[in-house]
Design a protein around this ligand. Structure first.
Ligand SMILES: *[C@@H]1O[C@H](CO)[C@@H](O)[C@H](O)[C@H]1NC(C)=O
Ligand SMILES: *[C@@H]1O[C@H](CO)[C@@H](O)[C@H](O)[C@H]1NC(C)=O
Ligand SMILES: *[C@@H]1O[C@H](CO)[C@@H](O)[C@H](O)[C@H]1NC(C)=O
Length: 338
């Protein structure tokens, strides 16, 4: 596996492709390769037996099934009593194998991480798009138990592929209007089952990247009175993706269909391809709440982390009460011009 992935990495490096507008991703690819090669690397799949044995896989599947049903009832697409449950034996068998959406892919934070975002579940702040109820389970791959005391941070571009909180030549029209918004960014604590939930939109594509959501997992942080976190450590920096056929359908809906940036598919995205190596599956499992995408979506994914691991992602900006401000000495400052 190591041999194969190194060959793939070499091929990717040789093509010199760009992951962010005008930026070279070689460093990001090398970082992912170092993670794949790490002797202590484990993914959720290696915990499959323990997680099934403890009943966690079954419980979490049933919790999610019930939650999706609850969303369907609330939106008028189902009756309270008519939840049809899937066979749990089948669910347990498939756990950690493709479609079950487990990952530990360490990936780059990219040039658009804004530190100091708010702890909140609803990230929409007026943004339009395919509204997604996102359910993330965090598992400690060193103990095979859910991580109950972490903060999961999420951020993604809006439905036309522009990030809030930053101004950069590659971000939309490069204007400063997005600096004053914190939409589609925020954090949630994991709680009893290791679950963090968000309401966000399926991100749009932007030049050089397929549609993706960013995540960071924080441990030992302190909640401040203004609903931000401080301190602690970061064990995981990752990206979540959307299955291509489904993504094609999303891209046909408004306002995704007004995005004029060039499309990069999953298959053409080098970071996506790196993310899928080593038995990882960074693709979210997505269900329709109603009969079409516009009725809303329910997305789930399990993330394996080693809480003792230490990552040092670099924010480009920090969120303040008066908008995004440059983070001192950020290596991403001026990106992609530097
Ligand atoms: C944890 O999962 C169990 C089993 O599905 C569920 O009953 C419980 O409500 C969940 N707890 C939280 C805090 O989500
Ligand atoms: C995405 O953000 C940009 C910059 O703020 C804005 O111009 C654009 O209208 C937004 N897209 C949608 C669909 O609202
Ligand atoms: C929250 O409080 C911290 C500590 O006082 C401060 O540094 C930060 O700017 C505040 N964030 C916001 C969004 O007000």
């Amino acid at each position: 596996m190591v041999q194969l992935s190194q060959a793939v990495t070499a091929a990717i490096l040789a093509t010199g492709v760009f992951a962010h507008p005008g930026g070279n991703v070689n460093k990001e690819i090398l970082r992912r390769q170092a993670h794949l090669d790490h002797s202590e690397r484990r993914n959720v799949q290696s915990c499959k037996r323990d997680l099934i044995g403890s009943g966690w896989v079954r419980e979490q599947h049933q919790r999610r099934e019930a939650r999706l049903h609850e969303l369907r009832v609330a939106a008028g697409f189902a009756q309270p009593g008519d939840l049809v449950r899937r066979d749990v034996g089948e669910v347990e068998e498939e756990y950690g194998v493709q479609a079950s959406c487990t990952l530990d892919p360490e990936a780059t934070e990219g040039p658009y991480w804004v530190v100091g975002e708010l702890v909140r579940q609803d990230l929409l702040t007026g943004e339009k798009g395919a509204i997604t109820h996102l359910d993330i389970n965090v598992v400690d791959t060193s103990t095979c138990k859910p991580v109950t005391d972490a903060y999961v941070e999420m951020w993604g571009s809006n439905s036309t592929g522009v990030y809030t909180g930053v101004q950069s030549r590659g971000n939309g029209d490069g204007g400063s209007s997005s600096l004053v918004s914190n939409a589609l960014r925020g954090l949630q604590p994991t709680g009893a089952n290791g679950t963090a939930t968000f309401i966000t939109v399926i991100p749009g594509h932007y030049v050089g990247r397929t549609n993706h959501l960013h995540t960071i997992v924080h441990h030992g942080a302190t909640l401040l009175p203004n609903n931000t976190i401080a301190g602690g450590t970061i064990s995981h920096v990752g990206q979540f993706y959307i299955e291509q056929n489904f993504l094609n359908q999303v891209e046909k809906t408004a306002p995704y269909n007004t995005n004029t940036q060039k499309v990069t598919t999953n298959a053409q995205d080098m970071l996506f391809n790196m993310g899928k190596q080593g038995g990882d599956d960074p693709v979210m499992k997505i269900s329709l709440i109603g009969s079409k995408i516009e009725d809303g979506l329910y997305a789930t994914i399990d993330v394996g982390v080693n809480p003792k691991a230490r990552r040092n992602p670099a924010p480009v900006n920090m969120w303040t009460s008066s908008g995004g401000k440059p983070y001192p000495n950020s290596p991403w400052t001026g990106y992609p011009d530097t």
